[in-house]
Design a protein around this ligand. Sequence first.
Ligand code: SAH
Ligand code: SF4
Length: 399
Amino acid sequence: MSVALQNPPLEKVALETYVAPAKPSLIGFSRAELAERLGSIGVPDKQRKMRAQQLWHWMYVRGAQDFEEMTNVSKDMRTQLAEHFTLARPEVVAEQISSDGTRKWLLRLPSGHAAERPHEVECVYIPETDRGTLCVSSQVGCTLNCSFCHTGTQRLVRNLTAGEIVGQVMVARDRLNDWIDRETPNGNRLVTNVVLMGMGEPLYNFDAVRDALLIITDGEGIALSRRRVTLSTSGVVPNIARMGEATGVMLAISLHAVRDELRDELVPLNRKYPIKDLLDACRTYPGSSNARRITFEYVMLKGVNDSLDDAKLLVKLLKGIPAKINLIPFNPWPGSQYECSDWEQIEKFSEYIFNAGYSSPVRTPRGRDILAACGQLKSETEKLSVRERDALRAMAMTD
Ligand code: SAH
Ligand code: SF4
């Protein structure tokens, strides 16, 4: 066995780099950064804070796409801003609308070199009767290689910037005509919740995700309540409490298995941060309570993790943690080695958990006809061959 196989990476290490465009977009800067940028184009010190606040309002409350819309900013200032900056969001290259109303956008991000393959992510809007949830990506591809996940097969990986993460919310509001002055019969907003459950592992892109969440939940801008924003992680233990402290958002854990041996295989990061450490981090997650429960995601894989013994152990493990359990029917993708559990088995599993006192909704797959459901997000440009995928898995297993 080669040295590489003896010490294989759990994570893909070669991250692509982000190359900022010559004229940067102001989306994604904190207020302090905005003020600094204004300083760089000659706005006097004493005006910067006020100007930054004006921009913030136009960008995040009104969704301005052009500096010319900013009627309370002087004409000179608008011209100057447009000379140096943009209000660009990620470019929408495709929009698909499912028969159930789910929408998926394929977004192209700058890759730096014209000849290179484009960097793309997907973002999904799921309307429900009482809410509208936007599922946002945090990386192009994913640093990790969970064996049941389509995104994990993607080789090209790059961290999104804070602007590209916030930009997904902006794109959704633009496309849905969902900014403040939207005319609707009842005036309700369409995007009411955000989940970081798209492509990528958000806790491996810590700073950008934190900065983006602070913007999304800022009360004078997009203003989503922190209770309506959920970050899902496969279990990057050291970053869980840090993210909770910095942002106060809700936490979801991709658990999927109750024994280390199986979780090592499904979620290879478990070799680094085993179940016990992960659950300890949940027990101390800042602000968790019965009113703010942690969601445990559990993908139902036929004959792999769906027995009643698994259900029993799950209940035992979660004892003492304010928890909700979200059962996700496995979404197969071409080349995947698993099958979804039978419906009867999912019901039995769910019933056991329910009787033990947990709410255990089975997540109905949405947008199946447009491949928008959980775990199916993956840009077409970067597929691994079956052989490459097997090699990658073999490497992760020998770690
Ligand atoms: N990387 C993060 C967030 C993105 S994945 C994480 O792993 O938590 C969002 C959810 O979809 C996770 O719970 C993930 O495990 C699940 N998922 C991935 N592939 C899936 C598939 N093929 N079928 C069903 N759920 C899947
Ligand atoms: Fe990455 Fe999450 Fe998919 Fe695992 S399940 S490969 S962490 S996106």
